[in-house]
Design a protein around this ligand. Structure first.
Ligand code: GLP
Length: 262
């Protein structure tokens, strides 16, 4: 795992966007793995700049979102289908017909999950997956104790996650946040060609420590990144504040030859 510690959220977004762009550019069938939450918003803004500068074309780029709430009416502004459309598809000029989000309104949830897995496989797999991380270490909506081999499925949201996401909904106490979600599994996420996880702020410091330096454990689902050969974790100083080996990561990045820099 490559760990890059940067001074602030803006620098995190800029490097993550350059990394994602480099992966998409060299892919024969580029497929972008989209994440929601606040963490990746800066990446989409920076990616837009790269597209507008003519350094990346999103023509023909497919997209798959990580997850979706169950039970929100179609078009609900906080459904991830809407968030992905608003924050990524429209600003990046992606073709909406090429972008999919798990169907949280499906009558047959199991069939919808199997169909989602099939669609990713038919697209040739995800080229590069953007990830945020929950304070409890979840990625996508793979809450603690998710199987490291899990596939797209329905999950119950942890109380801490509903509380954290309440800020996006009308009521601040979490009561209006759905209780269930569909999420790509950890096994699904690990099949992406490259993973780029970003985190900003002190409230992510423990989750980052556990993901990067803790034991591989479903207790901290993001520790599954340790199994991936091309995982990059890009964090600001605050999110890096509990990393025991921070100096080593800094030395490693500083010692990189130019040809390895994005
Ligand atoms: C959300 C999403 C995750 C996201 C995480 C952190 O609920 N399902 O994909 O990474 O929780 O969110 P934020 O970036 O807003 O802190």
């Amino acid at each position: 795992m490559e760990v890059v510690i940067l001074p602030d959220a803006e620098a995190v977004a800029a490097l993550a966007a350059r990394t994602v762009a480099a992966e998409l550019r060299r892919a024969e069938r580029p497929v972008l793995g989209l994440a929601t939450g606040s963490s990746p918003l800066g990446i989409y803004a920076a990616l837009r700049g790269i597209v507008e500068a003519g350094e990346l074309s999103m023509d023909g780029v497919r997209g798959f979102a990580l997850d979706e709430y169950v039970g929100l009416p179609v078009g609900h502004p906080e459904s991830y289908a809407e968030v992905v459309r608003r924050e990524a598809v429209v600003p990046l000029g992606m073709d909406p017909a090429l972008v999919r989000v798990p169907d949280g309104a499906a009558e047959d949830i199991e069939a919808a999950c199997a169909d989602y897995e099939r669609a990713i496989a038919e697209a040739g797999g995800v080229t590069v997956q953007i990830l945020g991380i929950g304070g409890n270490g979840h990625i996508g909506f793979n809450e603690p104790t998710s199987s490291l081999a899990s596939r797209t499925r329905i999950k119950t949201l942890a109380a801490a996650t509903r509380q954290a996401n309440a800020r996006f909904f009308a009521e601040a106490d979490g009561a209006s946040v759905p209780t269930h979600c569909l999420t790509q599994g950890l096994g699904t996420i690990l099949e992406a060609g490259a993973l780029v996880l970003v985190a900003q702020g002190e409230h992510k410091a423990e989750a980052i420590r556990q993901a990067v330096e803790g034991p591989l454990s479903s207790r901290w689902p993001a520790s599954a990144l340790q199994l991936h050969r091309r995982a990059t974790v890009i964090v600001d100083e605050e999110a890096a504040s509990r990393l025991e080996l921070a100096d080593y990561y800094r030395d490693t990045v500083a010692a990189k030859p130019d040809w390895q820099r994005v």
